[in-house]
Design a protein around this ligand. Structure first.
Ligand code: ZN
Length: 139
């Protein structure tokens, strides 16, 4: 396996390309929430690594917690839409609900967060079932 490191600009200033512009160019859905600090942020694009023509990794830095986030992406060719396969690290903290809701339905909060974790792992069918299950606790 040959790792081909493609910096977005040059070695000295590889953060000059805006992440939003980059996503538009690669037709990639922009990641808006940091999986580490769980805030909506505007990520800084650090660089992109390609293993082959189809799979590439986008390395991002969160401006809030300064952690590095890695997006594994797939695109069949540069003209078609890119698909985000995985995001590292996985959000383990889950969503923090307010105390009233936690008291009213602790099971909802638990099931919702398990569904959220499944979604982060790319298990969309499991996540869908989880969200529907979570909503049932209000029925
Ligand atoms: Zn963060």
């Amino acid at each position: 396996m040959v790792f081909n490191s493609v910096f977005t600009n040059n070695m000295n200033s590889c953060q000059q390309i805006d992440y939003s512009d980059y996503c538009k160019k690669r037709k990639l859905t922009e990641l808006l929430r940091c999986p580490v600090c769980d805030l909506n942020v505007h990520f800084e694009l650090v660089c992109q690594l390609s293993i082959d023509n189809n799979i590439y990794y986008t390395i991002l830095q969160c401006p809030n917690c300064n952690q590095i986030i890695i997006q594994k992406c797939k695109s069949d060719d540069r003209e078609t839409e890119s698909e985000c396969l995985e995001v590292y690290p996985v959000n383990r903290a889950g969503r923090e609900f307010d105390d009233d809701l936690k008291k009213l339905s602790p099971t909802f909060c638990k099931v919702y967060n398990q569904a959220l974790m499944a979604e982060t792992y790319g298990l969309d069918e499991i996540a869908g079932m989880g969200y529907r299950k979570a909503v049932e606790f209000f029925g």
